[in-house]
Design a protein. Structure first.
Length: 218
């Protein structure tokens, strides 16, 4: 560690800031879109319509069976080949992560929906609520509240997985650290800095998850 140069961190901050902002933006977009799409997939999987349930199940099981980095590469390389139009690395990453994470959020939401006592559904319908109203006003709010710690845990995993966008050249936090390391010829220092940032964010979110779990148990 005698050759470790901390002074290189300060001039590299603009690179790190831009990379971190993209990583956070990608995480928020993929989380929001993934939860919405995942909830729709969960409802489809629980649907009495066999064709709809089977289609949703096929999508979820397929996505959960393929490494994320392959999905990123396939979309980035195959879609332009099929459409004849290039897809930017950032746009490709956002679409891919949203579609991929939806499969995981789907299973979380499905477990939350199935965990709601059937008596509450029957009571809501007895009060005159339609099936859609029962799902929107009774089931989903409780399912989201019950599964919030698991949803946040999956979001932490999503934040960590964003580093895979290096495969298509998107400028995330890790890519920014790599560029800065090459510019200043100090790759080790920049990788350490990016690792500390990942750790700080993930550790803080983990503490938040534990606090939510404790409040839920009280």
């Amino acid at each position: 560690m005698g050759d470790f140069d901390f002074s290189v961190w300060q001039p590299s901050l603009p690179f790190i800031r831009d990379g971190l902002l993209f990583t956070l933006r990608l995480t928020l977009i993929a989380m929001s879109g993934g939860i919405v799409l995942g909830t729709l997939l969960a409802l489809a999987r629980l649907s009495p319509n066999r064709w709809l349930a089977n289609a949703a199940s096929l999508y979820v099981n397929t996505m959960r069976s393929i490494p994320l980095v392959l999905v990123i590469l396939w979309f980035f390389l195959v879609i332009p080949y099929l459409t004849g139009k290039p897809v930017g690395a950032e746009t490709s990453a956002m679409i891919t992560f949203t579609a991929f994470e939806a499969a995981f959020y789907c299973e979380i939401m499905r477990a939350g929906i199935q965990g709601i006592p059937r008596g509450q559904v029957a009571a809501a319908q007895a009060l005159g609520l339609s099936s859609t109203q029962t799902m929107v006003h009774v089931v989903l709010p409780q399912a989201v509240r019950n599964m919030l710690p698991v949803l946040l845990t999956q979001t932490i995993v999503l934040f960590q997985d964003t580093s895979l966008v290096w495969a298509i050249g998107a400028k995330d936090l890790l890519k920014a650290a790599d560029v800065a390391g090459k510019n200043y010829n100090r790759p080790v220092e920049m990788i350490v800095l990016s690792a500390l940032i990942y750790f700080a964010i993930c550790f803080s979110l983990s503490i938040a998850v534990r606090q939510i779990q404790k409040r839920g148990q009280q």
